[in-house]
Write a protein that binds this ligand. Sequence first.
Ligand SMILES: Nc1ncnc2c1ncn2[C@@H]1O[C@H](COP(=O)(O)OP(=O)(O)OP(=O)(O)O)[C@@H](O)[C@H]1O
Length: 377
Amino acid sequence: MQAARHVVCALSGGVDSAVAALLLKRRGYQVTGVFMKNWDLLDEHGVCAADKDCEDAYRVCQILDLPFRQVSYVKEYWNDVFSDFLNEYEKGRTPNPDIICNKHIKFSCFFRYAVDNLGADAIATGHYARTSQEDGEVFQQKHIKRPEGLFRNRFEVRNAVKLLQAADSFKDQTFFLSQVSQDALRRTIFPLGGLTKDFVKKIAAENRLHHVLQKKESMGMCFIGKRNFEHFLLQYLPSRPGQFISIEDHKVLGTHKGWFLYTLGQRANIGGLRAPWYVVEKDSAKGDVFVAPRLDHPALYRDLLRTSRVHWITEEPPAALVRDKMMECHFRFRHQMALVCRVLQGGRVPGQREDPAAGAVCLHASEGPAPSWGAHR
Ligand SMILES: Nc1ncnc2c1ncn2[C@@H]1O[C@H](COP(=O)(O)OP(=O)(O)OP(=O)(O)O)[C@@H](O)[C@H]1O
């Protein structure tokens, strides 16, 4: 008889990955649970939250009778995720550290550790996402036990694998997985891809996983916790006091501690003013932040958005984009925001060589691509 395939499941100490590990075991895989310690500084209460999460992950393995390991990527997280996060803020952009963490830590360091050190055939996480090689049936909300034979070709894939949205569109986490490599995706299983969160909680409750059920859902950036975001950032970046200026009459409305703390479109709380104002523009040289008085103010809207090099998971870059220099794509600009169909124009980024994988996104659905890179309003 063929030996069971070995799947290394990333266990965060939360309910999703605990149920992912349980489902893998039920399907006949040999499962190892691994907790990653990525951040070891104390939170706002002087507690290292990672220690409690690690204990919870260990308990999941005890309940499910799985081997448990712990790895530390504190140094890698600091160098590849947190430093990038600070650098991006310093440049006035708003990075998403969860996307970078998936790219560099979970689907790179952890993936290599699982394959090279633990001899895994595949890794698994509790993300709500699917790939084009999932065996549809087994992801339905039924307790079906599958004979091992059905999965024997699971990891011998010839065609490139696609990242697909989860069945639970509210929980779908593909936005955070948008930078993973083809190499890692080929050997990744998302056991929760076809399930709803409620169903996952039900499975946890029926399988003695009460300790993870009681935990609060992780929200926002893990290293910030409940701390005030501005205070947190100003511990790492020097403040640069500047002014809030009205875009309408250039009147000074108040002061702030750093233009880089604001994101375009963000609501700005200006001391002493009751009505909300929204960020339109930032002047990095003078440190001023220009604001508009209403969310429907025309100064807040754009026709064109420039992207840096696009990360193509399946076809790099798509042949249609190289041939036509443009293609229709569906975009999501933030997690849980609706997907919108827009035209992506490949081409030349100013100051760089011709690169069909870099692009501009025309933000009006009804119009064709914008005429040139110069136009950005
Ligand atoms: N510290 C960690 N150690 C191991 N795996 C992790 C860790 N943090 C996250 N993961 C993996 O990444 C997945 C997504 O994590 P994320 O924190 O975004 O989601 P989540 O919905 O809160 O998941 P969970 O309920 O499992 O904590 C987890 O389900 C788990 O597989």
